[in-house]
Design a protein around this ligand. Structure first.
Ligand code: FAD
Length: 452
């Protein structure tokens, strides 16, 4: 069997679908998306579906990319009467340690300088804090630093009374990523994009340029344009063209359970513990954990970042909980390895800022745990642009932010393919950046605080 296509996209995750949508919008015909799995089922349905325009430097490229990507998501939400339930509840960084306040302020000041929006401070007596809405994607940008306990308890009564400060990042929230992806997919399908079920096993070239692909079942498709959107497999798909895609994969999990104790408000933002901590184990528990090298690390100092958010409407009870405590580089295999301690560790970590979570220590809930891989470049910035062989392109390495970055990255990819105008930040997300001596020097001095 043989056929011809103007563009073949390998991968029907959120990035492949966004790419198909963006190219169809540009008037491309005969686009084929090839995937061995149904659309949006490998990594893209495992995310916690959150977004933010809050990104570190160096430079403002990540903030600009995300500002653009969020603006495109908002346009799409407006176009479909917000059927994918984009909200703007924000991210709430919570500390119980007054010594952390300067660090939160410094991060917010840096974010403001990079274009994420102004910082507003609210101490005792402040009446200027504007609360978020549970639904809808309207609201202020920037961030609000609240240091007054009464104001914190008024707006976030589920937080620990010992909370010293919260930083509320405002151009942030979540959406139904599955509905967003399916909406783009339906638009793309309506514009003529087709899905082929199969695994890309070879990419052919003629005269040094892409000429076609072959699937594992022997199907041959002629095409001048190939897009590698293979998610955790972008490395092995790049290798089909002899290109080294410098990425690695890390497993990341998330847990969900019914919060019948109401530890998190149903109208809450994404709540994040900004404190490092040692978990409060009993003497017996300490002794037991210390015995096993697999669990002894739970006795050490653990990083900040445990987070949770309500899932579903006000009448639901479900919440998501995540805490990335240790993530090693691995080869991506499926199903992803389980971690029986994942949910309990996250519940314990969140107990520091959400007293209601401590109630679960008596009787642990039965969470459902799933996850996927963060596919990352060394500096944790994504790839969107040419793949180094004429006619070949890549969109990927979107780590823990592929849902929120999908629209912005697909716009970049489409610009590269059509030769249309590209934003100033485009070169910083292309694979060619690693050949640039200036970028190599930047990488050599990539600071810890610049890691995402
Ligand atoms: C626990 C967790 C939480 C996350 N939370 C968030 C969040 O809150 N916000 C956010 O923005 N992002 C989040 N992410 C990240 C986000 O989910 C990913 O960045 C995104 O889904 C990656 O999309 P993708 O299209 O690149 O990959 P995928 O969804 O994996 O799609 C790649 C597709 O390529 C196909 N494929 C691969 N090789 C071949 C081949 N040879 N032939 C045919 N098909 C092939 C696969 O079958 C797959 O369907 C999270 C991720 C995880 C794991």
């Amino acid at each position: 069997m043989g056929s011809t296509s103007s563009v073949v996209i390998c991968g029907a995750g959120i990035l492949g679908i966004s790419a198909a949508y963006a190219l169809a919008q540009q008037g491309f015909k005969d686009i084929l998306v090839i995937d061995e799995h149904p659309p949006l089922t490998l990594t893209s349905d495992k995310s916690s579906e959150c977004y933010r325009n809050w990104w570190p430097g160096p430079g403002d490229a990540m903030v600009q990319l995300m500002n653009r990507s969020i603006a495109l998501m908002e346009e799409r939400a407006a176009a479909c009467n917000n059927m994918f339930k984009l909200n703007r509840r924000g991210y709430l960084y919570v500390t119980t340690d007054a010594a952390q306040i300067d660090g939160l302020r410094a991060a917010a000041t840096e974010a403001a300088q990079l274009g994420a929006g102004e910082l507003r401070e609210h101490a005792a007596g402040s009446a200027s804090y504007q609360p978020h809405h549970a639904e809808g994607y309207e609201g202020p940008g920037g961030s609000d630093l609240i240091t007054d306990s009464a104001l914190i308890q008024q707006h976030f009564p589920y937080l620990a009374p010992e909370t010293a400060a919260v930083l509320h990042v405002r151009r942030a929230g979540w959406l139904s990523a599955q509905s967003y992806g399916m909406w783009m997919w339906e638009q793309a399908r309506a514009a003529g994009v087709e899905l082929v079920t199969g695994r890309v096993s070879a990419v052919e070239t003629a005269g040094g340029a892409v000429s076609g692909v072959t699937l594992a079942d022997g199907t041959a498709i002629k095409t001048p344009t190939f897009v590698n959107a293979a998610g955790p497999h972008i490395g092995s798909v790049g290798a089909l063209l002899g290109v080294d895609v410098p990425v690695h994969n890390e497993p990341h999990l998330k847990a969900a359970f019914n919060d019948h104790l109401g530890a998190v408000g149903r109208d809450s933002p994404l709540v994040i513990c900004a404190d490092e901590q040692e978990l409060p184990w009993s003497a017996d528990e300490r002794a037991m954990l210390a015995e096993d090298p697999e669990t002894a690390w739970l006795l050490g100092r653990l990083p900040s970042g445990a987070h949770t958010r309500p899932e579903g409407d006000a009448a639901a009870q479900s919440i998501l909980i995540l805490w990335d405590v240790h993530n090693e580089k691995v080869a991506p295999t499926f199903p992803i390895a389980e971690d029986p301690l994942y949910a309990e560790t996250a519940i314990r970590g969140l107990g520091r800022i959400l007293p209601g979570m401590r109630g679960y220590l008596e009787r642990m809930p039965r969470p459902s745990v799933d996850g996927g891989y963060y596919t990352k470049t060394q500096e944790n910035r994504p790839l969107a642009g040419p793949l180094g062989v004429p006619g070949a392109y890549i969109i990927g390495a979107a780590s823990g932010y592929g849902i929120m970055a999908a629209a912005g990255l697909a716009e970049l990819l489409a610009g590269h393919i059509t030769g249309g105008p590209l934003p100033e930040y485009a070169p910083l997300f292309s694979l060619a950046r690693y050949q640039d001596p200036g970028y190599q020097a930047l990488l050599a001095n990539w600071g810890e605080s610049w890691q995402l």
